[in-house]
Each structure stands twice: as structure tokens, then as C-alpha cells.
Design a protein around this ligand. Structure first.
Ligand code: C2E
Ligand code: MG
Ligand code: MG
Ligand code: MG
Length: 278
């Protein structure tokens, strides 16, 4: 919009920009507060299960929500980009890792089946020398097997600073933590990365699943991704399965796990614990 703004309208333009900038500043300040010791319970993790073909819960993805004091429940799309730009993403990620590990201990103490929880991380985490020591500390403190933690990375973050990131990933993987590539097929897709990253899981982006029944070419793309993943020894998750037809199709093509609104939406920890029981 900025480029189209005429010189005759500078005041309108700057007023709009200011409102935008003010909201961002406010959200950044509020997020800092939410992350501080006085932040209370504003940040919440929901869990979306991943099902195998027998309908059993195999794992779940932790998805962040923010119960903002005046703006209501905010989805991650409304504050993760801000957290990335302001640098708060590191502290936010640490909060998520700690919260997931405490939760896993509680579920284990309650006698629930052991599940793996997938955590979304942003690129700065893999450049942070504190990541592996943190993972070691919180898993040991809570008596958690590293294989119960899966770190999701996106293809675009893998592009960055590949030597350092690759090294960090290798050490995390050696320790037994699982690594998955999220939203596969979108962004700066580079197949080259698949050959040298120590991955366990590939998550096919929702957009492919949603298009795969539109025609043989769309289905062929999904089939190709699955074949590639399988030949690399990766577990394959279909993201965004919304219909029975999509579920049948991805199962037919050999996907291992399904995550989508058809089976379950992201849910609070207590609800997820109930689902684990039955
Ligand atoms: P993602 O990692 O690809 O997570 C999956 C997103 O797809 C979630 O949106 C989930 O609610 C949604 N989804 C799952 N099944 C379906 C379906 O069948 N249909 C449709 N239309 N959507 C489905 P959500 O929770 O809004 O999260 C959006 C993104 O925000 C995530 O995408 C992830 O990139 C980011 N995110 C979420 N939590 C965190 C976090 O703790 N840290 C970081 N760094 N990013 C996070
Ligand atoms: Mg994810
Ligand atoms: Mg995804
Ligand atoms: Mg996504």
C-alpha cells in the first residue's frame, strides 16, 4: 500500500501506520509481560493428536495460544511473527519446551500412555548454543525420554547458516530427540536438505492434502513425496486431513500418521489427557 499512497494523503497514511505501529508495540509489551514471572496463565498450549491407521493416538503437536487480557484468545499467527521480529521468540520457545516437559511428567505420573509431543521451533533456536543444554536439563529434571520430544523445523529455516544449524541438529539428534520437517513442500523447498539433515519425520503440508483429490497430477505429487520420504526412512505425517476421502487417500498412499480436523482439533491439555485414556 505504501508505494501507492499519493503525496496528497500523507496524513491519512501516517495515521494508519501509527495505529499499526502502536498495536505492535503494545502486543510486544504485553507478550513480554505474559512471558515474565507476573505473566500469569496467559500463554496456553493446545495439543493436536496424530493418529495411526488403527485410530490410536501416536503423538501430538503442541500449538501455542495466547489468552490476551483484552483482545481475547489469539492464534499463533497473530503473535509469532511479532515474537520473531522482536527476539522474544527465544524466550517463548524456552517456555514451550519447559511447559511440554512438565506436562509430560504430569501425564506420566497420572499413568497415561507415553506419547511423543512435537514442538514448533523457529530458526533462531537452532543458532542458540543454549538449546541442547536446555533440552538436556528439562528432560532429565522431568524424567523424560528424549524420544518423547520431537522438534519441528521448517524448510526455510534450514536454509539459513547451514553449517551451524546442521551441527546443532546433528547433536540434538544424537542425543535421541526426534526431528521433523514441517510444512514440507512449501517455502524454499530444497530437496538437497533431505539428504543431509538427520530427520525422523516429514510432515506433508496441508495444501497438498487439500488438493490431492482434485486430479491425478495432484495425487501424484503426494505419492511422490511419500515415496521419497519412505526411501529416506522417514515417518510420514499428513497435515490438515479434513475429510474421510482425504484420510482414505493418504492411507492408501502409505502415510503413517494423520493430523487434521477430521480426527481432532487442537485441544486443551485436560481434554487431550481424556482422549489418551480411551
Ligand atoms: P503448523 O506447525 O503447521 O501447525 C499446524 C496448524 O494447522 C495449526 O494452526 C493447526 O491448528 C492447523 N490445522 C491442523 N489441522 C488442520 C485442518 O485439518 N485444517 C486446517 N485448516 N488447519 C489445520 P495454528 O495452531 O493456528 O498454528 C499455526 C502455526 O503457528 C503453526 O503451523 C506453527 O508454524 C506456528 N506455531 C504454533 N505454535 C507455535 C509455537 O509454540 N512456536 C512457534 N515458533 N510456532 C508455533
Ligand atoms: Mg508444526
Ligand atoms: Mg505444519
Ligand atoms: Mg504451518
Amino acid at each position: 500500500h505504501a508505494r501507492n499512497t499519493r503525496m496528497a494523503e500523507p496524513q491519512f497514511y501516517s495515521a494508519e501506520l501509527n495505529a499499526d505501529a502502536r498495536l505492535r508495540l503494545r502486543l510486544e509489551r504485553d507478550l513480554r509481560q505474559a512471558l515474565s514471572a507476573e505473566g500469569g496463565d496467559e500463554l496456553i498450549l493446545h495439543y493436536q493428536p496424530q493418529f495411526d491407521h488403527h485410530g490410536r493416538i501416536h503423538a501430538a503437536e503442541a500449538l501455542l495460544r495466547w489468552q490476551h487480557p483484552t483482545l481475547g484468545l489469539l492464534p499463533p499467527g497473530q503473535f509469532i511473527p511479532l515474537a520473531e521480529e522482536s527476539g522474544l521468540i527465544i524466550v517463548l520457545g524456552i517456555w514451550v519446551i519447559r511447559t511440554v516437559c512438565r506436562q509430560l511428567r504430569q501425564w506420566s505420573e497420572a499413568g497415561l500412555q507415553n506419547v511423543t509431543i512435537a514442538i514448533n521451533l523457529a530458526s533462531p533456536h537452532f543458532l542458540d548454543p543454549g538449546l541442547l543444554p536446555l533440552l538436556d536439563e528439562v528432560t532429565q529434571a522431568n524424567g523424560i525420554d528424549p524420544r518423547q520430544i520431537e522438534l519441528e523445523l521448517t524448510e526455510s529455516m534450514v536454509m539459513e547458516d547451514s553449517d551451524l544449524v546442521r551441527n546443532t541438529l546433528a547433536r540434538i539428534h544424537e542425543r535421541g530427540f526426534l526431528l521433523s520437517i514441517d510444512d514440507f513442500g512449501t517455502g524454499f523447498s530444497s530437496l538437497r536438505h533431505l539428504s543431509f539433515l538427520p530427520l525422523d519425520t516429514l510432515k506433508i503440508d496441508r495444501s497438498f492434502i487439500q488438493n490431492m483429490l482434485e486430479g491425478p497430477r495432484q495425487a501424484a505429487v503426494v505419492r511422490g513425496i511419500i515415496a521419497l520420504a519412505k526411501s529416506l526412512g522417514l515417518q510420514v505425517v499428513a497435515e490438515g486431513v479434513e475429510t474421510q476421502e482425504q484420510a482414505s487417500a493418504v492411507r492408501h498412499e502409505g502415510c503413517d500418521l494423520m493430523q487434521g480436523f477430521l480426527h481432532a482439533r487442537p485441544m486443551p491439555a485436560e481434554t487431550f489427557a481424556l482422549r489418551l485414556k480411551d
